[in-house]
Each structure stands twice: as structure tokens, then as C-alpha cells.
Design a protein. Structure first.
Lengths: 327, 286
């Protein structure tokens, strides 16, 4: 009896000795990884907080006028960000007008229309395009794209559409339109690859039904695939918009960096991201720096809203197709 | 009637072929810039990539020649600094998302990481400027490295999570059944099995931030000379390319093209290496 009990006790203590350190290790490791995972929460709060305290004086001084006035005069300490907001929105809009049809058509080609052997190499090339650093695209923009645009497409646009206010006035070279084009090149890979994932997620049943009814390849793509994936493709477009709004180096190098609100797309413009890139190191007074922090805050506010929307859209799609798959 | 239907069918077929043609044209147009950028990088840059380029400091204004040795070393130093912070945080955070946590908490964290990946990189520059540069009165390699690290964290976190989720549960069960503790199972079995994928994610993140300019503009700042202390401004290849590209001097433009060629070659080499690493991935899951 006594022996059995002492053996039991001994066994338990052996078990405890074996179990305890590893259980401590388990807890410690779990907490360590949790702390690292929480970094994403910390980072979002950190950005918002830093931009807010960095610009608090400017926010108090200029209030809502910061967003609605267009004087940007560091010497007189008058700061209005409207031309930058305008430039950001217009250049991104141009980029979307170019990149959305091209990106979605390419995605449809990659998943539905292309011969099988061409799909993977083409997708790899598009991934390579995504890997080109922004500054290099900007360099190419300055020395190759802008001279070409100035000599060929722009004069043609002016001759054909010069009667509209969008393509009137002198052609400088660096301008809003050039900025929009370079942003389009930057966001095409992401729009294409996200759209491709969305189209891949369309159940084969859709396609089979369309072909079964005698649809041609294009009809099946249009009726059964593209219209089915509408919402997801919209998510891809919004994600592209988010990237377009924040695109910095390539745009800064080709957009002309002039704070003005001009209807003509041949006139130079300025974006929120470009003004940060160009003027941050030149900010000599505290108020100037405050105003630039507020520009950063505005940019962060816009991009985070757009990205939240995009992720929500894409997530509801993913959830929907997951439940479909289970059914 | 019969004729009409046949005619209709032909028209539909033509329309379909047309649509395929347009889609093919779009795809071609999308990859055209890739070809053009490469072509011009080679013809404008190849002539200036020589021994001097890799071994010399930038020449003073007006003087010909010189190189970008300091910028190349600077970029490597910045990547090392970024990796020291970004890799452990990203990898361990990814481990948490894949191995622990409730479904709800994890989906929130995953969501936030995806949102963070969409934040413009220049924003990180502004934040680090406020956090480090203003506080310690000056741009430094530390500040630049931190800005790049913060960009890397959500990138690495997401790729690590994805590859760890691919490890079959049988591996974990086998290890746990042998009495191996949970954390040792994760470190020695799960992470080891997924190591190729994790390394791939890290390499891609390094290639991505290695080409970043915007977050370095007012953190690392750039430097025309060697950096002797990490608390001093430091040169970086993309920064140098930017400075030279917007300068008015022809010789600097040539240097910018050469720098761009070297930078793109580095980035593409990493991408191709990653492709080779993940080639045989179809059969074994990870």
C-alpha cells in the first residue's frame, strides 16, 4: 500500500517534471507569437497616432479649410491641400480608365480564353512587371515615355479632341495625363492578378451550363463567368484604386509637380504623395512640417478607407465561394 | 429560317473570335511596358555598368565617372537592418495566425495585415520621420531600416501564415503523439517543413523593399560618401537613381540608368531564384 502510493507519487512527480517546463515553453511561445501578430494592430494605431500628433497644430489652425482651399504658400504659411487632393483623384481616375478594361480583359484571357500553354508564362511576366521598382518606371517615364507621348499621341489627341477642355492648351510633356498613364502601368499587375484569382474561383458548373446551352467561348465568358464575378472584380478594381492613390515615385517623376487645378490633362499637376516626396526634406518651419504631416494624414485616411472597402468586398466573395464549395 | 440560323451562328463565332483577339491584345499591351523598360535599361545602362560603378564613390558635380559603391553597400545594410526587425516579427506573427488564436481574432488580424499592405509606402516614411528622425534630430540608417522593416512585417506575416497552413496536420499529430511539446513541434516540425515557403516569402519581401525609394527619402536620406555610423544618413541604390534621374546633368542620367539596371537585375534575380525554389512544389505540398 505504502509502496504503491510512493510509486504513484514518484510517477506523478516525474510526469510533472517532464510536463512543467514544456508547458511553460508552450505558453511562452504562444504569447511571443501573439505579441508579434498583434504588431499589425499596433502598426495601424501607430500610423494614425503619429500623423495626428504631427499635424495637430495645423489641424487646429486651418480646420476644414485645409481640404477646400488651394493656396500652398510655405512662406506666408498658408496651406490648402485641394490641388493635391484633386491631382491624386484625377490621376488615379485616368489610371483606372486605362487599367480596368485592360486588366480584366487580360485576366479573362488568362483564365478563360488563352491556349493552356500560354497561361503560366504570361502570368509570370505580369508578376515580373509588378516587381519593377516604382523609381525605375519613373526613370523610364521621364526619358522614354514622356518624349514619345509629347511627339506622337499627345499632338494627335489635341488635333482630334482639342475642342474638349480636357485636351486643350499647350503640351509640356510632364502632365496629369502622363501621371495617370504611369500609375496605370503600376496598378495593372495587381488588378490583373486579383481579377484572375476571382475568375478562377467561379465554379466550373457555371461554364459547363453555358457551354451546354451552346454558348460560344466569348458568350460563356461574358454570361457565365464575368457577370457571375462582377462583385469580386469590383473588389479588384477598388484594390487597384487604393494602390493608385498612394503611388509615389513614378508619378512624382512625370506629373510635373505644380499645385494647380486645371481641367486640361496636358497641364502639370501634383498629388498628395508627390508633395510629401518633394517637400518633406525642405520643410524649414514647424507649420510647414505640420501641414505636410496633415497631407500624410489625408492620404492615409483616403487609402485606408479605400483598402478597407476593397478587403471587405474581396472577403465576402471568398466567404461566399467557400460556402459554395462546401455545399 | 434555316439560313438565318446558320448566319447567326457564324456571326456569333466571329464575335467570339474577335473577343479572344481583343483579350489577347490587352494581355500583350499589359506586358509591353515590361519589355520596353528592360530594353531601354539595357541600351542606356549597360554601357555605364563597369568596374568603377561597383567600386567607386559618386564623382563630384561636373566630374565624369564615379560609381555607386556606397549606394549598393547602403542598400544591403538597410536590408540587413530591416530584416533584423521585420523577419522575426513577420514570421512569428504568421506562426500565430496559422497555429494559435481563435478564428475571429485571426480573421481580424489577417484583415488588418491586408489593409496594411495597401498603405502607401511614403506614409511609413512620414511616420518614421516623426518617430525617429524628429526625436533623434537627424536622418539615419536606423530610421531607413525601420521604415523598410515596417513595410516587410505584414508582407512576411501573410506569406508565412499561408505556407504553414499547407503543412499537413498529420505531421503535428505525429509529433505530439510522441510527446513532443507543442512549441517544439511547431519550431522543429512545422516550420522546418514549411521553411522553403517561409524563405520564399522573406526573399520576396526583401526584393520588394529593396526597390523602395519613397520611405527612404527622409529617413535614410542618402549620402554621397561612405556611411561610417548607422546613426548617420546612408545612401541607397533606389534613392541614388531618383536623385540622378531628376538632376540636370547628362552624366548623372547615365549613372541613373546604370543604377536602375543593377537594381532591377538584383530584384529579378531574387524573383527568379524564388521561382526555382518553388518549382517542385506541385507534388510535395510545401
Amino acid at each position: 500500500m505504502g509502496v504503491a502510493a510512493s510509486i504513484a507519487v514518484e510517477e506523478r512527480s516525474v510526469q510533472e517534471r517532464m510536463a512543467r517546463p514544456s508547458r511553460f515553453g508552450d505558453k511562452a511561445f504562444e504569447w511571443l507569437t501573439l505579441a508579434m501578430a498583434l504588431a499589425v494592430v499596433v502598426l495601424i494605431i501607430l500610423i494614425g497616432w503619429q500623423l495626428w500628433i504631427g499635424s495637430s497644430v495645423a489641424i487646429k489652425k486651418f480646420g476644414f479649410h485645409f481640404l477646400t482651399t488651394s493656396t500652398w504658400d510655405p512662406v506666408a504659411e498658408q496651406f490648402g491641400a485641394l490641388p493635391f487632393i484633386y491631382g491624386t483623384l484625377v490621376s488615379s481616375l485616368i489610371a483606372l480608365v486605362i487599367a480596368v478594361p485592360l486588366g480584366i480583359a487580360t485576366a479573362a484571357y488568362l483564365t478563360e480564353l488563352a491556349p493552356l500553354w500560354i497561361r503560366q508564362p504570361l502570368a509570370s511576366l505580369i508578376e515580373m512587371l509588378a516587381a519593377i521598382p516604382s523609381v525605375i518606371l519613373g526613370l523610364w517615364g521621364i526619358f522614354v515615355m514622356i518624349p514619345w507621348l509629347r511627339d506622337y499621341p499627345f499632338p494627335w489627341l489635341k488635333r482630334s479632341f482639342g475642342w474638349t477642355p480636357f485636351f486643350s492648351g499647350p503640351i509640356y510633356g510632364p502632365c496629369m495625363f502622363a501621371g495617370g498613364i504611369i500609375i496605370a502601368v503600376m496598378i495593372l499587375p495587381i488588378i490583373t492578378s486579383v481579377s484572375r484569382e476571382i475568375l478562377r474561383g467561379v465554379p466550373d458548373l457555371q461554364r459547363e451550363a453555358a457551354y451546354g446551352l451552346g454558348a460560344t467561348r466569348w458568350e460563356a465568358t461574358r454570361i457565365a463567368v464575368l457577370s457571375y464575378a462582377k462583385k469580386g472584380l469590383f473588389g479588384a478594381v477598388i484594390l487597384g484604386l487604393g494602390r493608385a492613390l498612394g503611388e509615389t515615385m513614378a508619378v512624382t517623376m512625370v506629373i510635373g509637380n505644380t499645385p494647380q487645378i486645371a481641367v486640361s490633362l496636358f497641364k502639370p499637376g501634383y498629388t498628395l504623395a508627390s508633395v510629401l516626396a518633394n517637400e518633406f526634406t525642405e520643410a524649414t518651419t514647424d507649420m510647414y512640417l505640420q501641414a505636410l504631416f496633415e497631407v500624410g494624414l489625408v492620404l492615409f485616411g483616403i487609402t485606408i478607407l479605400v483598402n478597407l472597402l476593397a478587403q471587405l468586398l474581396l472577403r465576402t466573395i471568398a466567404a461566399k465561394s467557400a460556402t459554395r464549395a462546401v455545399q | 429560317m434555316r439560313f438565318e440560323r446558320a448566319h447567326n451562328h457564324t456571326w456569333r463565332k466571329i464575335k467570339s473570335a474577335l473577343a479572344v483577339g481583343i483579350a489577347f491584345g490587352s494581355a500583350l499591351l499589359v506586358i509591353t511596358p515590361l519589355g520596353l523598360v528592360f530594353f531601354y535599361l539595357l541600351i542606356n545602362g549597360a554601357g555605364s555598368v563597369n568596374w568603377d560603378f561597383f567600386t567607386k564613390l559618386p564623382a563630384p558635380v561636373g566630374a565624369l565617372g564615379g560609381g555607386m559603391a556606397n549606394a549598393i553597400v547602403g542598400t544591403l545594410e538597410l536590408l540587413a537592418l530591416a530584416g533584423v526587425i521585420g523577419i522575426p516579427v513577420g514570421v512569428l506573427g504568421g506562426v500565430y495566425l496559422a497555429e494559435y488564436g481563435s478564428a475571429r481574432l485571426n480573421s481580424v488580424l489577417r484583415f488588418l495585415a491586408d489593409v496594411l499592405n495597401g498603405i502607401p509606402s511614403i506614409t511609413w516614411g512620414v511616420v518614421v520621420y516623426g518617430l525617429i528622425v524628429l526625436r533623434f534630430k537627424g536622418c539615419s540608417a536606423y530610421a531607413g531600416g525601420l521604415a523598410l522593416a515596417l513595410i516587410m512585417i505584414p508582407l512576411i506575416l501573410r506569406t508565412t501564415e499561408e505556407v504553414i497552413l499547407l503543412v499537413p496536420n498529420g505531421y503535428r499529430e505525429a509529433a505530439l503523439a510522441l510527446g513532443v511539446s507543442r512549441w517544439k513541434t511547431i519550431v522543429h516540425i512545422v516550420m522546418k517543413t514549411a521553411s522553403k515557403g517561409i524563405i520564399t516569402g522573406i526573399l520576396l519581401a526583401l526584393a520588394r523593399v529593396g526597390g523602395e525609394t519613397a520611405p527612404l527619402l527622409f529617413t535614410a536620406f542618402g549620402n554621397r560618401f561612405w556611411n561610417h555610423s548607422l546613426s548617420q544618413p546612408i545612401a541607397a541604390l533606389p534613392l541614388q537613381v531618383f536623385t540622378y534621374a531628376i538632376s540636370p546633368y547628362d552624366d548623372w542620367h547615365r549613372q541613373a540608368w546604370a543604377g536602375a539596371l543593377v537594381l532591377v537585375t538584383g530584384v529579378f534575380c531574387v524573383n527568379i531564384l524564388v521561382r526555382i525554389l518553388t518549382r517542385g512544389r506541385g507534388a510535395s505540398v510545401v
